[in-house]
Ligand binder design. Structure first.
Ligand code: FAD
Length: 396
């Protein structure tokens, strides 16, 4: 490990590995640090990725695909369901291998990588970030650099040390719990989403097949419900109802901000990417693909900033613009949809599912589906004008 780098990337999840690789490919001297012993473990994820948004970053190897998904089902606890065609091909992958392969690509591009190495603070001079304090294999170091990329996930501290406010409101923070279940029969080509106030208040449950009679079965609830009943308790009830004879082969807990991306994702000498920047989808909380895209955008802006010799927040803010232009409107709409679904009672949600099940969904976009559902349930117009705006935005 050197004492000086052009850039230090903190966190070797998908976002950090993509950022490190892109910067190294630009000829910059990059250090990627990961506090865990081994990249990719433990897996805290349902492991679903999109085919199309993944391809720019890694060749999808059939050996690490556990299931190929061609259908989604939205279900309620009364047993109603509607099959929705996915926006694109989806895979459930072995995330441990996926994360490792992404880091390997960063290594091949020339980035230095160190595991069991934690960032413990930033070094700042006159407000400008000029380095990172780290503990690596039990020893402390002060590494100088011109840019730090915070890719340290949901619990990001690096962004906070840099003066950015990353604390989401309780209602916009998903608390999750998941089991890898074995000995169960599920459709190997279908991901299920289960919605209901008693089932997962403010969130939803999922069943994502992993092949060979296994599945990731988990749920997220809004954090402001978690104090009364834990996410694990809700999941135990769900599993007891759907898979009473299942074996539990693994259990993970985790949180995800579902706010939409932070408004401020840069400071002088600092950029924040992936979950640390709240880039996960504000409806589903899927963040693997979005984190990689965010990291790519950050790297594009950083490369220009290095070329111009200006790593100020002003110069780096082109990254925020790239993100806003591509996802700003769409993510605000998805955020509204989540709020509306969370405020619906189960009876109305059941009616919506039954209405949607009658529609030719394979020929319709999400916006058209929303508008068709509204035609059948005009009372929703009174409840939320935002729903119509959202439908129109998504149709564009
Ligand atoms: C239960 C659950 C299920 C999910 N399912 C899906 C899904 O199916 N599909 C999907 O797209 N998304 C899913 N997500 C979200 C997805 O896991 C994240 O959006 C994604 O991992 C974000 O990638 P990232 O690189 O930003 O952060 P992470 O993958 O969290 O990586 C951050 C890394 O930074 C490291 N780190 C943290 N602090 C430090 C430090 N101080 N020094 C050094 N290293 C540090 C961490 O150890 C970690 O390895 C799920 C999340 C949960 C909790």
């Amino acid at each position: 490990m050197l004492s000086h780098y052009d850039a230090v990337v903190v966190g070797a999840g998908p976002a950090g590995s993509v950022a490190a690789r892109k910067l190294a490919q630009h000829g910059l001297n990059v250090l990627l640090i990961e506090k865990r012993q081994e990249i990719g473990v433990p897996v805290r994820c349902a492991e679903a990725i999109g085919d199309e948004p993944t391809r720019p970053y890694i060749d999808i190897d059939p050996r690490w695909i556990n299931a190929t998904i061609t259908r989604y089902a939205i279900c309620n606890s009364a047993g109603d369901h509607v099959n929705v065609p996915p926006a694109g091909l989806t895979y459930v992958v072995d995330r441990k291998v996926f994360d490792w392969e992404l880091a390997h690509l960063a290594s091949k591009a020339g980035a230095h990588i160190r595991t069991r190495t934690s960032a413990t603070n930033l070094i700042r001079e006159n407000g400008q970030v000029t380095g990172v304090r780290i503990t690596s294999m039990g020893k402390e170091y002060a590494i100088q650099c011109r840019l730090v990329i915070a890719a340290d996930g949901t619990e990001s501290q690096v962004a906070r040390w840099g003066g950015l406010n990353t604390v989401p409101p309780m209602a916009d923070f998903y608390v999750g719990f998941q089991y890898l279940l074995g000995g169960i029969r599920v459709d190997p080509t279908r991901c299920e989403y289960h919605v209901g106030t008693a089932l997962a208040p403010g969130g939803y449950a999922w069943v994502f097949p992993k092949g060979d009679d296994t599945a990731n079965v988990g749920l997220v609830i809004s954090a402001n419900h978690a104090a009364e009943v834990s996410a694990q308790t809700y999941l135990d009830r769900f599993v007891a109802r759907l898979f009473p004879k299942a074996n539990i082969l693994g259990a993970v807990a985790g949180g995800i901000p579902a706010t939409g991306a932070l408004k401020k994702m840069v400071a002088d000498g600092l950029m924040v990417v992936g979950d640390a920047a709240h880039q996960a989808d504000p409806l589903t909380a899927g963040g693997i693909n979005l984190g990689m895209i965010g990291a790519d955008m950050a790297a594009q802006a950083a490369e220009k900033a290095f070329d111009a010799g200006d790593l100020s927040a002003q110069a780096l803010s082109e990254y925020e613009k790239l993100w806003r232009d591509r996802f700003g409107v769409q993510h605000r709409a998805l955020y509204q949809i989540r709020k509306i679904i969370a405020s619906m009672d189960d009876a109305l949600f059941g009616k919506l599912i039954r209405t949607a099940a009658q529609l030719p969904l394979q020929d319709m976009g999400l916006g058209e589906i929303l508008l068709a559902v509204l035609r059948h349930h005009p009372q929703l117009l009174l409840e939320s004008r935002k729903l119509i705006t959202t439908g129109l935005v998504i149709m564009k």
